[in-house]
Design a protein around this ligand. Structure first.
Ligand SMILES: *Cc1c(COP(=O)(O)O)cnc(C)c1O
Length: 381
């Protein structure tokens, strides 16, 4: 049996090993240290923001970002339905209610007009909307120009979930630099990884200081342990920051590798009627984190699920796009403003192996498997 090909495996090698060994030898094990500071400085410089706080996960960054914006029990936080559960869960941790807004049909990102309708309704019935959390889906930045203008109209802060979009831009400005604050993730499957980790980015020094304080057990600046707030143990460790620094030096190369794969898929599927590369008219500003296709089964004669099964038989991982939050059992009672787009993307979309660590022989295996599936499909028809 062939070795299984995953959708997005960590791309970690000798350079990363060197950085981690150096960090261990430096003696900075427990848990903060110079690699954490340097990692924050390097990501700040890359994204052009003033403050960065390295944290144990993207989820932790969302949680503390919301708390620092004053989100709590009784509040509503408006977010994208088309996202990974971590976004909605972080809202729930604070005691606030997540409110799900549906997608633009082409990019899957939050529909700004639907956001406006949602805010209109919420504000007119007296709900306190404490924050808006737009999500950059699969490495494409939200239309921040439109979303920021709606948020500004209502005076509601944006906490931008850029967990999937590090390296992408919107009109030339980096994902991770928008809103009152943004968060990124370094989980093992993301475009770059610290094995597990995240960072919060902001130009607001008070917000950054508050998050740093909450992330280190909310200790008052006195010698004995004195606490006036409930704190968290959410900082990134120095060893993992070292791994992140190595990855950051390779980020552009890893993006280029993923783009090459996207281009190869695009060229291949251009000949297949009923299959489109997901993501809208242009992907020039994406980080190409994951490449997905949208299947029109009336034209192809097969569904994305048929295709997924065939790939799986060849030990190749492929998955549907995120199942929208408004369709999740845990959020079945959550308020929402939906238009059917995310549901239809969930039903017809399939994400293909997209990792920068895939080598040529694995890529050949993927395209052979796809070609075999298509050849079979057409003989059966
Ligand atoms: C991965 C992800 C997160 C969570 O990041 P972790 O580092 O895994 O906690 C949050 N939001 C989105 C959209 C993600 O894809």
């Amino acid at each position: 049996m062939n070795e299984r090909i995953h959708m997005s495996s960590p791309d970690v090698g000798e350079l990363e090993e060197q950085y981690i060994v150096n960090a261990v030898r430096s003696g900075w094990i427990a848990p903060l240290g110079p690699d954490v500071d340097a990692f924050e400085d390097e990501l700040k410089a890359r994204l052009g923001v003033e403050h960065a706080v390295a944290l144990s996960s993207g989820t932790a960054a969302l949680h503390l970002g919301l708390l620092a914006l004053g989100v709590g029990t009784g509040d509503v936080v408006v977010t994208s339905s088309m996202t990974f559960a971590a976004t909605a869960n972080a809202i729930t941790y604070t005691g606030a209610t997540p409110y799900f807004v549906d997608s633009l049909p082409d990019t899957g990102n939050m529909d700004p007009e639907l956001l406006r309708e949602a805010l209109d309704e919420l504000v007119s019935k007296g709900s306190r909307v404490a924050a808006i959390v737009p999500v950059d889906l699969l490495g494409k930045a939200v239309d921040y120009t439109a979303i920021e203008s709606v948020a500004d109209e209502y005076g509601i802060p944006l906490l931008c979930d850029a967990a999937e979009s590090l390296g992408a831009t919107h009109q030339g400005k980096p994902a991770g630099s928008f809103g009152s604050a943004s968060i990124v993730s370094f989980n093992g499957n993301k475009i770059m990884t610290t094995s597990g980790g995240g960072m919060l980015l902001t130009n607001d020094s008070e917000l950054a200081a508050r998050i740093r304080y909450l992330a280190t057990q909310a200790r008052q600046p006195v010698a004995h342990y004195e606490h006036t707030d409930v704190g968290y143990n959410y900082r990134l460790s120095n060893l993992l920051a070292a791994l992140g620094r190595a990855q950051l030096t390779r980020l552009n190369d890893m993006i280029a590798r993923r783009k090459a794969l996207r281009d190869q898929y695009r060229q291949f599927f251009a000949k297949v009627s009923g299959v489109e590369i997901f993501g809208g008219a242009t992907d020039a500003e994406d980080n190409y984190w994951l490449t997905s296709i949208i299947v029109d089964s009336e034209l192809t004669g097969w569904t994305s699920q048929d295709f997924q099964r065939a790939l799986s038989q060849d030990s190749i991982e492929a998955r549907p796009l995120w199942k929208p939050m408004h369709l999740q059992p845990i959020y079945s009672n959550a308020p929402r403003k939906v238009n059917g787009s995310s549901e239809s993307l969930f039903l017809s979309g399939l994400t293909l192996p997209s990792g920068s660590a895939l080598h040529d022989e694995q890529v050949d295996r993927i395209f052979t498997s796809i070609s075999n599936f298509l050849a079979q499909g057409s003989t059966e028809a």
